[in-house]
Ligand binder design. Sequence first.
Ligand code: HEC
Length: 250
Amino acid sequence: MRILIAALLSLSLATPVFAAGDSEHPKQMPWSFDGVFGTFDRQSAQRGLQVYREVCAACHSLNRVAFRSLTGIGFSAEEVKALASEYSVMDGPDDEGEMFERAGKPSDKFVPPYPNEKAARALNNGAYPPDLSLIIKARPDGANYVYSLLTGYEDAPADMQMNEGMSYNPYFSGQQIAMAPPLSEGVVSFEDGTEATVDQMAKDVVNFLQWAAEPEMEMRKKMGVKVMIFLLVMTILFYLAKQRIWRNLH
Ligand code: HEC
């Protein structure tokens, strides 16, 4: 009996401080895209695109996102065209069999910063900066996780042995990450006058990456609500029909 109590006690006391993979549980943020009626905050996602382009794109690709899909966060076709043409895209081969560079078109996708994974690792302390197109879906509680990661850098605890070139981040599995804190106050300057605090930029880039990972989300949710309304109406109709059919048999 005593052993049983001891076992139960140790179980209840053994609740881990860190959830999954010894990292801290992500901070829970209120996102506009949460919930059944969730929508994208387009203003924020547009600022997030700027954060991606001016900061993250130095190391992270966004291979699955085509420029023309940016109309989904409120850019006009002209704006998309202008934005795409700022990129230089490898195309070809031409009639002579040569590859050539040309200005980007709306149908092109974001151009990666490195030619291949080896080059990326060589320049990042051996670590690979993952493609960000689907990162929000690829990590549990993705939006909260990426937000927490970007805002969660701290000084390492005194008793922690840090490896060369690594930064301490309690939200990253293992707490040592090869990405130095990418955001610092004022590193971008927003046209709409929003103050570029680390917190703001992290929120904005998450809004952008959430859209990138699931551009069809609003359609899906709208459809879901319609289906629920349809089912509710059908349920009422069937119920009334049943009452009518059985009325004379009672
Ligand atoms: C100087 C290069 C560099 C910049 C700039 C940079 N990153 Fe990273 N990032 C990395 C590297 C390297 C890793 C891999 C870290 C590791 O595995 O230890 C990484 C990893 C990540 C991860 C994955 C973490 C995980 O769970 O595996 C996310 C998410 C991320 N970066 C987001 C961003 C965002 C958003 C920005 C822009 C605000 C950004 N990064 C800017 C180099 C960079």
